[in-house]
Design a protein around this ligand. Structure first.
Ligand code: NAD
Length: 505
């Protein structure tokens, strides 16, 4: 594969631009082969992209909502027209299966762009009213400015869409840094946005490393809000870098989702939900089911059922539509997952090793009897690994679910309405599923609490990140001498004040 193409790693002001940093190779982790080479962005390209975005901002922020909507609708249609290219590119740069890319990543991204095309015309505020009795107060919702975004490698296209599209819909301009491991579909998205009619400079992409381009972007004084999706430690670094300029941040960080099975649960549904929820995207999903917390009476049957189903999952060539699970993102990440599993004292029920294949694969893994202090129970593994622990009743189950610093997503499995209601209220997380785990929809917000960050992607809630509300207060009395002036010059007529015409000197 030495004939992998050399591509431009940046899209700035509507044009492909080479970075001025070192040469980087995008590798297919399922084969180890080079997919593309590019020159990385440095602070120079970041600065050029921010300048282009600032120049484009006045016109784009004042464009009619219907115009912004029509550009986004056209983008959705162009992405749909190239859906096969997007899916293949997503597969080769991540190692995920073509089935997942075709049925989840690409249609999900198109749906999200279509949603925000509509939402662009629906930015809401409070009704105007006379709260003081003497003024009309109204709210102007205005685009916040230039948005810097940093995205991870696990769902490169979806993460670029979740970050960039609501910002564009709200009238912001964007400079986005994808993970250097997976820039291809983000670059293609930006190119199609220009084809769709997005003015030059409104959406820019700079592919570079985190410590170089990422740090330059988050610490750039020309950025009005930094939005980040990635790990908790790096998110906190981004927050510190942005704080230097007092820049607002939105952080979508790691997760350690509990999967709580009550003793009345539909066992078959819970077993299937656990395997799907744990293995989606080879477990490299921030909301993946990672900690099954199962009622004692169901525990043994749950472990047996999950192990049996995990052993049926076909791991291998991601380009084969019959493959269920592809590789992890890199050999380094696969080795990190393997090392965590090797350190646990829990029972390895199935998997627990890499298969005999050349790519960065790791078998679906079930760890049973996992202690609450165990590293695999507390830390994000980000691989196809599910832990199972027992709970002794509802109070214990909810205590265990909340015994984590993360709070991104969770699920509760029960046929009891009251238990479901209690779990949805008491589990601390940005999303609680009842009798399912993973589905997301454009209409509803995604984002966590605690170590999982703050702020929302998707849904109209995300507009809070990309807009400011301005209070406009208009006097409706026409009175020159207003009653409240007494707080400054009580009882003194202006004409009599010292230093004014007619007043004492
Ligand atoms: P990561 O934190 O290592 O990297 C994310 C991005 O940050 C990359 O683009 C990287 O280049 C950049 N970066 C690294 N150092 C930086 C620095 N000093 N300054 C600025 N940018 C820097 O995460 P990852 O390994 O790419 O992705 C996996 C992580 O992402 C997991 O923790 C996962 O839970 C999380 N994630 C969260 C969500 C969510 O919605 N909450 C979604 C997807 C992934």
């Amino acid at each position: 594969m030495e004939n992998a193409p050399m591509i431009a790693g940046c899209w700035i002001a509507g044009r492909a631009v080479d970075g001025t940093g070192g040469t980087h190779t995008v590798v297919n982790p399922a084969t180890g082969h080079a997919v593309a080479h590019l020159r990385l962005a440095t602070p120079t390209e970041v600065d050029a992209a921010v300048t282009a975005a600032r120049e484009a901002f006045p016109a784009w922020s004042q464009a009619m909502p219907s115009h912004r909507a029509s550009v986004l609708r056209e983008l959705a249609s162009l992405v749909a027209g190239r859906a096969g290219d997007f899916a293949r590119e997503e597969m080769v740069q991540t190692g995920k299966t073509i089935r997942l890319a075709t049925e989840f990543d690409v249609p999900g991204s198109i749906d999200n762009i279509e949603f925000f095309a509509g939402a662009a015309r629906n930015l809401e505020g409070k009704a105007s009213a006379e709260y003081s009795g003497e003024h009309t107060s109204s709210i102007r919702r205005e685009a916040i400015g230039v948005v810097g975004s940093i995205t991870p490698w696990n769902y490169p296209l979806q993460m670029a869409v979740w970050k960039a599209i609501p910002a564009l819909a709200a009238g912001c301009c964007v400079v986005l840094k994808p993970s250097e491991l997976t820039p291809l579909t983000t670059l293609r998205l930006a190119q199609l946005a220009t084809e769709a009619g997005l003015p030059d400079g409104v959406f820019n992409v700079v592919t570079g490393t985190g410590v170089d381009a990422g740090a330059a972007l988050s610490g750039h004084p020309g950025i009005d809000v930094m939005t980040f999706t990635g790990s908790t430690p790096v998110g906190r670094t981004v927050m510190a870098q942005a704080a230097v300029n007092g820049t607002r941040v939105q952080l979508e960080l790691g997760g350690k989702a509990p999967f709580v099975v009550f003793d009345d649960a539909d066992l078959d549904a819970a077993v299937h939900g656990a395997v799907a929820g744990a293995l989606i995207n080879s477990g490299q999903d921030c909301t993946a089911a990672t900690r099954a917390i199962v009622a004692e009476p169901l525990y043994d049957a749950f472990v047996d059922g999950v192990a049996e189903l995990m052993r049926c999952v076909v791991v291998g060539d991601p380009s084969d539509p019959s493959t269920d699970m592809g590789s992890l993102i890199s050999f380094a990440h696969r080795d990190r997952v393997a090392a965590m599993v090797a350190r646990t004292e829990a029972r390895v029920v199935c998997g627990g090793r890499a298969p005999d294949a050349p790519g960065a694969f790791y078998l679906p893994t079930l760890l049973a009897g996992v202690g609450e202090r165990d590293e695999v129970y507390r830390e994000e593994i980000f691989g196809p690994v599910l832990t199972v622990s027992k709970h002794s009743g509802d109070d214990d189950a909810l205590r265990m679910a909340n015994d984590t610093s993360f709070g991104l997503a969770a699920s509760a499995w029960t046929r009891d309405l009251y238990r479901a209601g209690r779990a949805s209220r008491e589990i601390h997380a940005g999303c609680v599923w009842i009798n399912d785990h993973i589905p997301i929809i454009s209409e509803m917000p995604h984002g966590g609490v605690g170590a999982s960050g703050f702020g929302k992607d998707m849904s109209t809630y995300s507009f809070e990140e990309y807009s400011t509300v301005k209070h406009v207060m208009t006097d409706i009395t026409g009175v020159a001498r207003k009653p409240w002036h007494r707080t400054v010059f009580a009882g003194v007529e202006p004409a009599e004040r010292p230093g004014t015409a007619g007043g004492a000197q």
